[in-house]
Every structure is written in structure tokens, then in C-alpha cells.
Design a protein around this ligand. Structure first.
Ligand SMILES: Cc1ncc(C[n+]2csc(CCOP(=O)(O)OP(=O)(O)O)c2C)c(N)n1
Ligand code: SF4
Length: 558
């Protein structure tokens, strides 16, 4: 038996390698980034042949590339943070129509409580929307097993699987039992490939019918899944159940106490099951339905409903299951959870919140010592973004109504003191497009500040719109030659940002490169001033490597 300590992200990565992965295609985003990084490191360390581990320009290109590998019959993975699936959604929804050939798993790492995100979003809804199976592990070992076995299921069903994890699952460690490594699939093309992948209306209608027909197989897979199980009340005791009752149960169940029993059943989804276990280390007192695979296992749900008058739904994220239960189980059954206030509607689920929802006293053994105070994030000393904001601030002060639309990356910290330069940060690429819209509305000067990775992810098309419209905007691409915010992954167009802008059609007279250093402060200010005054599209590319990425490279070379 090989047991190793892994982060949830690492367990997923190792499982994919062990399952015979041929390609991981991703775009970085906390808390998913470590999956792809782990595979990249493993490829280097173990010299795994024919395993591609690649950062793509964005999540959509990543998922589509993964589909190309699956088309050839090989196993593939694509990982992203929750908002990344919004970017990949066009591909994602249509892959549910085409189906797959080689096994395909798409990982969405959701971030309830928004520890490092601009929105809270539960991507189980995307799985439901696309009508494909969803896995939601309750612990890291399950995450490993689900990925290891998930490729077989994906190939058997002919559809991709969405693996949904949350921040705690991704970033906490557990001992993982790993399994034997399988060989990669050979290239294996399908006979009916054209009718499957050419989604012309006639084919697409057939494919959608197939997807609808496949739902019964997905439901059967959920109902038979070892990751979903119902622990019924023991009929003779009138309360708790025994381990034997649940077949694959992983927790012993204690005798009933204090009048708890069959009247209140608990549905615990994904990591919420883990939190429930934490509160009942000696076994559950209520009937429990554990759910880690979707579509919802109807058979087990009906068993739970028969055994209980009320149901408490524990899930980390949106009230996805709670809403479905309220809908399809009809009236007469009380369903509690995030919708009726038993649990807080927003924010991450925690063992203490579960405890409170169960009506138990919350005693937190961990108090944060007073000496620890909150420290707001800040740009590193010596960061090139600082030089950009210092110059920009001095120039825009000369105008009454300047607006600076920004984007997502380290440079978003320009929102905070001492700079407080930026007026927006919405979604990747929105700086350029919002600046154009505001300019159209009459805002002057209308400036965008965007990072290099964000620019190649989603800013380039917006710049083309600006060029086509000859919008009166100044776009500053603050190029630090890396994807700084997520830990310094390579940026898709390092060394080529200037040429890309030229290719998009920015006039060479209004396209400038400069090194953002104190000694160039006056020159940068003069450039900004000059280009604000130009009536049309101007782009300034201040370019200096992120000092953290640079320091990492130096350490590595030593
Ligand atoms: C759709 C989406 N994907 C991924 C992320 C995670 N993310 C936030 S900023 C960023 C890129 C930052 O790189 P860059 O634009 O070069 O700016 P830097 O942090 O280097 O200053 C990423 C990948 C996100 N917020 N949204
Ligand atoms: S990590 Fe790099 S880009 Fe981010 S603040 Fe630090 S120096 Fe600047």
C-alpha cells in the first residue's frame, strides 16, 4: 500500500496521472492552480513520456484543447477556478452535446466565502445545466478515487465528468492511498466521429436526444455509486442505523440519544459530509444521506423521505440540492438549509455552522491570539505596477473626471491605499471594454489598466473592438512577464505583447514600450499625458519582470 500526504489538489493530480492521463490543459486560478503545477512537476521529475501539462491562454482554449485530446481517444483533464467555467461555458455546454471519446474530467474549484475571488458561485449548477454527471468528494481520498475511477466511468458513459471541489478540499492535506499506474490510451478514433463532433442542427438534435436518453444511465450510476449512500434509522431501535445497513458506510453509527431519531434526516453533500462527521465522531444519531455524485440519487432520497418528517440539507455553496428537494418532493416535507435561514445563505460552510444548524452548542477550541491583526494585501516593494500607478495618479490628477477601469491580477491592489487609482475590477478583460463603453458615454480620460496574462486571456478581443471603433481610450498593459497573482505561471505572450497590439491594429505612433522604474518616472508621465490627449486608441506597455518570479528563477538556477 502506498500512502502519501497530499493536498486535495495534489490528490486529484496524482490520481489523473495514475489513471493514464495524456494531457492536462488549464488556466491558473486559486484554488485550482496546484493541480496542473503538480502534474507539470511530476512530468519533469519522473520524465513521464507523452504527458502534456500546459497552461493555456484561458479556460475556454484549455477545455477545447482537452476535447481535442479526448477526440483522439486519450484521457484528459482541464482545471480552473469557478469563474473560469464561465469563460469555458460555451465549450463546456457543447461538449455535453458532442460527448467524449477518451475519458475527460473538468475540475471546477469553487471558492465559497470568496477567499480569493470576485464572486461566489456553485458550479454544480453548471453540471446540472449541461446535464452531465458531477462528482463532489467529501474528502481527499475520495477525490483521488473519484478521479482514478472517473476516467473509466467517463469512457463508459461517453460524457465528460465535472469534478467540483471547494477551497478547503483543494488546500487541506490528508494521507492518500494511491493505486497502480495505468498505461495511457493509444490513439483510438471513433467511427461515428463526424456525426458526433459536427454540431450542425441535424446532428445536434440527435446528440441532444442522446444526452436526454443518457440521463437514466447517469442516474443509475449515481444510485449505484459507492460515494452516495443512505444510512437509515434502525427500525428496532427507532433511531440510529448500523454500519451493516449502509453497505459501504465509512462511519460507525452510535445508538440514538436524547430523542433524536428518524424524524429529522440529514442530506450531506461533498465536504459537508466531512463536517457532519466532525460533529459526530462516534457516529450519527439521525438518518443520513451522503451525496457525492450527481444527478441526485433519487432512490436513496425517497428512502430518506420515507424515514423522516424533516430534512436538513448541508451543502457548501448554493442551496442546489435544497432547492431541488423542495421542488420535486412537493409539500408536506419540511426541508431546512440555506433557504429558510437554518444555515447562512452566503459564505463557506464550516463544521461550526453545521453544528449550529444541528442545534448543538458551538464551542470553538481555537481562538486567534490578539497579537495577530489583519494585514491588508499590498503590492510587493519594488513591483513594477507601483511605478505605473505612481505615474498614472500624478497625471490623472490634472483632469477632473478621469476614470481608470482595471482588471484582475496583482495590479488590482491599485484599488487600495496609497494609490486608490482604479475605479473598477469586474471580470477578466473588462477593463478594456468598460473603458471603451465609458468613453462612448463621454467619460474623458477613459483609461484601462490590465495585466499581460489578463490581456491575452480576455483583453485582446476588447482591444480589437476599440481599434475598430477608434475609441478614445488609453490602455495600459502593465506587463510583468508572468501571471503574478496566482504564483508566477508563465504568461501566454511574454515578449510579444507589443507585436500583438500592433497586429490588432493599434497605430505604431500610439503604441509605446517603457520600463517602469523610478528613473523613467517623468518619461512615463509624459507618455501617459500625451496619449490621453490623443483622440483614439493608444496603448502603453510598461514592461518589467515581477520581482517574485525573477527571484524564483534565480533560486532555481542556483
Ligand atoms: C476567469 C478567471 N480565471 C482565472 C482567474 C484567476 N486570476 C486572477 S488574476 C489572474 C491573472 C493575473 O495575471 P496578470 O494579468 O498578468 O497580472 P499580475 O497578477 O501578473 O499582475 C488570474 C489567472 C480569475 N480571476 N478569473
Ligand atoms: S507578485 Fe509580482 S506582480 Fe505581484 S505584487 Fe509582487 S512583484 Fe508585483
Amino acid at each position: 500500500m502506498n500512502k502519501q500526504l497530499f493536498l486535495g489538489d495534489e490528490a486529484i493530480a496524482q490520481a489523473a496521472i495514475d489513471a493514464g492521463l495524456s494531457g492536462v490543459y488549464s488556466y491558473p486560478g486559486t484554488p485550482s492552480t496546484e493541480i496542473t503545477e503538480y502534474i507539470q512537476n511530476a512530468v519533469k521529475k519522473e520524465h513521464i513520456p507523452f504527458l502534456h501539462a500546459v497552461w493555456c491562454s484561458n479556460e475556454k482554449t484549455a477545455v477545447e484543447t482537452a476535447l481535442g485530446m479526448s477526440y483522439a481517444g486519450k484521457r484528459t483533464l482541464s482545471c480552473m477556478k469557478h469563474v473560469g467555467l464561465n469563460v469555458a461555458a460555451d465549450a463546456f455546454m457543447n461538449i455535453a452535446m458532442t460527448g467524449i471519446n477518451g475519458g475527460m474530467i473538468i475540475v471546477t474549484a469553487d471558492d465559497p466565502s470568496m477567499h480569493s475571488s470576485q464572486s461566489e458561485q456553485d458550479n454544480r449548477i453548471y453540471g446540472n445545466f449541461a446535464m452531465i454527471p458531477v462528482f463532489e468528494p467529501s474528502n481527499q481520498q475520495e477525490a483521488y478515487d473519484m478521479v482514478y475511477e472517473g476516467y473509466d466511468l467517463s469512457e463508459k458513459l461517453g460524457y465528460p465528468i465535472l469534478l467540483r471541489i471547494t477551497t478547503r478540499m483543494a488546500h487541506s492535506r490528508a494521507g492518500i492511498v494511491t493505486r497502480d499506474r495505468k498505461p495511457q490510451n493509444p490513439i483510438r478514433l471513433e467511427k461515428e466521429a463526424k456525426s458526433k463532433y459536427i454540431l450542425l442542427p441535424a446532428n445536434a438534435r440527435n446528440r441532444f436526444k442522446r444526452l436526454i436518453e443518457a440521463q437514466s444511465a447517469f442516474l443509475e450510476a449515481s444510485e449505484r455509486s459507492k460515494y452516495n449512500w443512505f444510512s437509515p434509522p434502525n427500525p428496532s431501535e427507532g433511531g440510529a442505523s448500523s454500519v451493516e445497513d449502509v453497505g459501504r458506510a465509512v462511519v460507525p453509527v452510535a445508538p440514538p440519544s436524547g430523542g433524536h431519531g428518524r424524524e429529522r434526516g440529514i442530506v450531506a453533500c461533498g465536504i459537508a459530509f466531512n463536517y457532519l462527521q466532525e460533529n459526530f465522531p462516534n457516529g450519527f444519531e439521525n438518518p443520513v444521506l451522503k451525496i457525492s455524485q450527481y444527478p441526485l440519487p433519487k432512490k436513496q432520497l425517497l428512502q430518506l423521505v420515507e424515514a423522516c418528517d424533516e430534512i436538513l440539507v448541508l451543502e457548501d455553496g448554493f442551496p442546489v440540492v435544497e432547492e431541488q428537494l423542495k421542488g420535486y418532493l412537493g409539500t408536506g416535507l419540511k426541508v431546512h438549509g440555506r433557504l429558510d435561514g437554518t444555515l447562512q445563505r452566503d459564505g463557506e460552510l464550516t463544521p461550526d455552522k453545521v453544528r449550529k444548524a444541528l442545534g448543538l452548542e458551538v464551542v470553538s477550541p481555537y481562538n486567534v491570539p490578539e497579537i495577530i491583526t489583519a494585514r491588508p494585501p499590498a503590492l510587493c516593494a519594488g513591483c513594477g505596477h507601483r511605478d505605473v500607478y505612481e505615474a498614472l495618479n500624478e497625471v490623472i490628477k490634472e483632469y477632473n473626471a478621469a476614470k481608470v477601469f482595471s482588471d484582475i491580477g496583482c495590479y488590482t491592489l491599485g484599488a487600495l491605499p496609497p494609490w486608490q487609482t482604479i475605479d473598477s475590477c469586474v471580470d477578466m478583460g473588462a477593463s478594456v471594454t468598460m473603458a471603451r463603453g465609458a468613453a462612448d458615454a463621454g467619460i474623458f480620460p477613459s483609461v484601462a489598466v490590465i495585466g499581460d496574462s489578463t490581456f491575452t486571456h480576455s483583453g485582446m478581443t476588447g482591444l480589437l473592438d476599440c481599434v475598430n471603433a477608434n475609441a478614445n481610450v488609453l490602455i495600459i498593459i502593465s506587463d510583468n512577464e508572468t501571471t503574478g497573482m496566482t504564483g508566477g505561471q508563465e504568461s501566454a505572450a511574454t515578449g510579444r505583447i507589443h507585436d500583438i497590439c500592433k497586429g490588432i491594429g493599434v497605430h505604431p505612433d500610439h503604441l509605446h514600450a517603457i520600463v517602469p522604474l523610478r528613473k523613467n518616472h517623468e518619461e512615463l508621465k509624459a507618455l501617459i499625458r500625451k496619449e490621453i490627449e490623443y483622440q483614439g486608441v493608444s496603448v502603453i506597455v510598461p514592461c518589467r519582470e515581477c520581482i517574485q518570479t525573477h527571484a524564483r528563477k534565480v533560486r532555481k538556477n542556483k
